[in-house]
Design a protein around this ligand. Structure first.
Ligand SMILES: *Cc1c(COP(=O)(O)O)cnc(C)c1O
Length: 392
């Protein structure tokens, strides 16, 4: 096996340029070894404690609980807020399915709300419209799940104010945005609680895993109890409420600790990748970039471009295939949830902006291990695809 394959997870094909390959930070071996030697090799231990402490510090909140995935963290947040069957829950429509699947786990009803052009995130005006529409029909929303898309925080200056005004609990889905900021606050510090993910493709990984972070100790303590089968304080096994097995292993947490130490490096690496795309492509007619909101700093988890087929002469799907033929992985922007068969029966408020971004968007290779040489190849393939398309 080549030296490279275990590092970036590409053992099946070393030459492939991946969308978002993980990269080791360096201390993983030592910390995993320490975890194993400590004897804490299951769902609790000093590395879990350390990861939770570091996460709370990085995000700027008081409390964190590490769990088995970001999806699990969101499920726990909904449970801790008391979201139940039939409750309307507002959710960004332009996102990955995992932002809304826990709403379905609860038997609650996603109400899918459009994005705004300026940030690709939840449109505050549409949020107001959706809350007022629900309230007018006697269905008070039980929560808002607001996503920070591709590493950029939503417009929380307005969204927090709206949720406060209408007294609707806000959950931040910051699974893609660890290391980003909005104003002077870090991603993960907005709303009543926020979800983080350490899945393999995210800005840092623990090989898998996630966390719920909050300033409210009661939310985190409830989530912690639910994540471990919800045991009552009794000398025997006693359970009053339904729990889950969502704990994070201490061995996994050791990897997370090593990765979290290099978070700021990863943000800089990914932002540099984005800047190189901008330098290499921004003169092309019909090609644009995901905008960066002026109020904050994106972690540029994924570099996203947009193509106007009329001007660029090529559809994003065709460009994706061209790159694929050169062994380069690009992906379409998330298909909006309101267009997914799974959510066909759910309400949608707006949706046109998300649809346009989906039709035009393409995510380019963005990992910290992307070499300048590989990135130059990506750039030159895109340039020739758009210029060829220009010719009659
Ligand atoms: C990855 C992701 C999740 C889920 O995280 P997992 O750790 O993979 O369960 C949730 N929401 C968004 C927006 C994501 O990108």
């Amino acid at each position: 096996m080549s030296r490279k394959s275990p590092r970036d997870g590409s053992s099946c094909d070393d030459r492939r340029v991946w969308l978002s390959a993980p990269q080791l930070a360096g201390d993983e071996n030592a910390l995993v070894r320490a975890a194993l030697e400590s004897g804490w090799i299951t769902g609790a231990g000093p590395h879990v404690d350390e990861l939770e402490r570091m996460l709370a510090e990085v995000v700027g909140v008081a409390h964190a609980v590490a769990v088995s995935s970001g999806t699990a963290a969101l499920h726990l947040a909904l449970r801790a807020l008391g979201v139940g069957a039939g409750d309307p829950v507002i959710c960004s429509t332009l996102t990955y399915v995992a932002s809304a699947s826990p709403i379905l786990y609860q038997g609650a009803e996603p109400v899918l709300v459009d994005a705004e052009e300026g940030s690709w995130n939840l449109d505050p005006r549409r949020l107001v419209e959706s809350i007022e529409r629900l309230v007018a029909s006697g269905r008070r929303p039980a929560a808002v799940v607001c996503v920070d898309l591709f590493g950029q925080c939503a417009n929380y200056a307005q969204i927090e104010e709206i949720c406060d005004r209408y007294e609707v609990p806000l959950i931040e889905d910051a699974a893609e945005a660890l290391g980003a900021s909005h104003g002077r606050r870090a991603a993960g510090s907005f709303g009543l609680a926020a979800v983080l993910s350490f899945n393999g493709n995210k800005i840092i990984t623990a090989s898998g895993g996630g966390a719920l972070v909050s300033s409210d100790p009661s939310i985190i303590e409830h989530a912690r109890r639910l994540a471990a089968h919800s045991c009552d304080p009794a000398p025997h096994y006693q359970h009053s409420e339904l729990g889950y097995n969502y704990r994070m292993s201490n061995v996994v947490a050791a990897i997370g600790c090593a990765q979290l130490r290099v978070l700021q490096d990863r943000v800089l690496q990914r932002r540099t990748v984005f800047e190189r795309y901008r330098e290499g492509l921004s003169d092309l007619p019909g090609l644009g970039f995901m905008p960066e909101a002026t109020a904050g700093r994106s972690n540029r988890w994924l570099s996203c471009i947009t193509l106007d087929p009329a001007e660029a002469g090529i559809e994003p799907e065709k460009l994706r295939q061209n790159l694929g033929n050169e062994n380069i992985e690009a992906r379409r922007v998330w298909k909006p949830l309101h267009l997914q068969p799974l959510f066909a029966d759910n309400e949608v408020v707006g949706g046109e902006v998300a649809e346009r971004i989906f039709e035009r968007g393409l995510c380019l290779p963005s990992g910290p291990g992307l070499t300048v040489r590989d990135q130059d190849r990506v750039i030159s393939i895109i340039r020739s695809a758009l210029q060829d398309a220009d010719q009659p």
